[in-house]
Design a protein around this ligand. Structure first.
Ligand code: NAD
Ligand code: UD1
Length: 365
């Protein structure tokens, strides 16, 4: 297949791009680089070592999903079999401060993309949704669990899901795949791809990694009075390479199957904040200082997936455990600090900014 992958130089998108290439699918990355680096393209290329001349191809376009002229030109001149849509904003706290930006990028951007896809009769859109759409629950969350997103970010995801369902109903030939990720974590085992948050990390794993590397003094544990085994928050962490594998399986299964296909991507196993810290201590070989602080507003005690549907219908199992997530996160963190400012390698298709047959500018990568 030939896949357009928005947000393709980001954390999850880059891992999915590599997994798609390795599964034999050609990939065009579209990203405005607002939260990623074009050097990621070279690293995906470095990891993807094609075995034959008919190998899958990788290309990159720097652009914004809200740019209607760009999207129109791209979708009218290229025949994609599917779009995997990762581009968007994802910080819960920021979404309270700048809700309009979240609805602009996440909702309006997706509406434009999906509308143009339908106009040009592209058959399949896979959307990055989130466990954040669910209401609090003391038990594992399955795809039928009630939804009650508690932030502008969460609502932008929930509204996009509803909008895509409506578009699909009006265009029954369309295939919509909605994947609700729980807590993606870790990095590629090569340590060439991973998450590089700007400023103070919002999420636990990147924060712990920065304490382990000495960039920060101590971890703040947000509350130890939750009704969980050790009192700290419990989450369903899933290795980002498993997340990527889930995308390939979902796409291969449903690309040509009209309808709405909704899956959780999780492991079905919860770990507390203290368990994550312990696993990271094993990975980095030292004791990590932490301090118990007050609860973070909006946090739930425990969020764990029921992962049965993806296993039964897609044959998906998240194989990598918490220790592998923290091992890979630590390797990535170490090389992040050692890496000089990278001048990305130039490749034949992107040596210089060119305008391809599609009339679209291919920026240097
Ligand atoms: P990320 O920020 O690393 O990747 C998103 C990419 O989209 C970035 O490279 C950014 O430059 C790009 N982008 C942002 N707005 C854009 C726009 N308007 N046009 C073009 N490119 C744009 O984030 P990620 O962790 O890889 O998340 C990918 C998707 O998965 C997001 O939609 C996010 O909401 C969703 N998600 C992530 C998590 C998580 O824990 N990382 C959990 C659930 C859902
Ligand atoms: C957060 C978002 C969620 C989003 C997900 C993406 C909130 C409220 N939720 O989920 O919408 O989909 O990221 O990855 O922001 N913790 C600490 N100290 C820290 C950081 C976190 O103790 O410095 C705790 C939290 O209280 C929580 C657990 O670690 O119990 C995981 O937190 P985090 O990584 O931020 O993920 P979520 O809150 O699950």
């Amino acid at each position: 297949m030939k896949i357009l992958l928005t947000g393709g130089t980001g954390y999850i998108g880059s891992h999915c791009a590599l997994a798609l290439l390795q599964a034999g699918h050609s990939v065009t990355l579209l990203d405005n680089l607002s939260n990623s680096d074009a050097a990621v393209v070279s690293r995906i290329r470095q990891l993807y070592q094609p075995q034959s001349a008919e190998a899958a191809e990788l290309s990159f376009i720097q652009g914004d999903i809200r740019d209607e002229v760009l999207l129109e030109r791209l979708l009218s001149t290229q025949r994609y079999d599917a779009v995997m849509h990762f581009a968007g904003l994802k910080a819960v706290g920021e979404s309270w401060l700048q809700p309009a930006d979240y609805y602009q990028h996440n909702f309006n951007g997706t509406l434009l993309l999906a509308s143009l896809m339908q106009k040009h009769q592209l058959p399949c859109l896979l959307f990055s949704s989130s466990a954040t759409v669910y209401a609090a629950s003391a038990t594992a969350l399955d795809e039928q669990s009630p939804c009650a997103p508690a932030s502008p970010y969460g609502r932008s995801k929930y509204f996009v899901e509803a909008m895509l369902k409506d578009l699909q109903q009006a265009n029954p030939a369309f295939s919509v795949i909605l994947l609700r990720y729980f807590n993606p974590a870790g990095a590629h085992h090569s340590a060439l791809l991973g998450e590089a948050p700007c400023g103070t990390p919002n999420n636990l794993l990147p924060f712990v990694a920065e304490v382990a590397s000495g960039q920060r003094d101590e971890i703040q544990v947000f509350g130890d009075d939750y009704p969980t085994a050790d009192g700290t928050g419990v989450r369903d962490y899933i290795h980002v390479e498993d997340v990527a594998q889930g995308h390939v399986l979902a796409l291969q299964q449903h690309q040509a199957e009209p309808g709405v296909h909704l899956y959780n991507l999780g492991r079905g196993q919860g770990y507390s904040v203290l368990q994550v810290i312990q696993a990271f201590e094993q990975s980095c070989g030292r004791v990590l200082p932490y301090r118990i602080t007050t609860r973070r507003p909006g946090d739930l005690p425990s969020t764990v997936a029921c992962a049965d549907k993806a296993q039964q219908l897609l044959g998906f199992t998240a194989r990598r455990d918490l220790q592998q997530m923290t091992d890979d996160a630590w390797r990535w963190q170490q090389q992040l600090q050692q890496r000089p400012v990278v001048q990305p390698q130039l490749s034949p298709i992107t040596d210089k900014a060119t305008t391809g047959q599609d009339g679209v500018k291919h920026e240097p990568c």
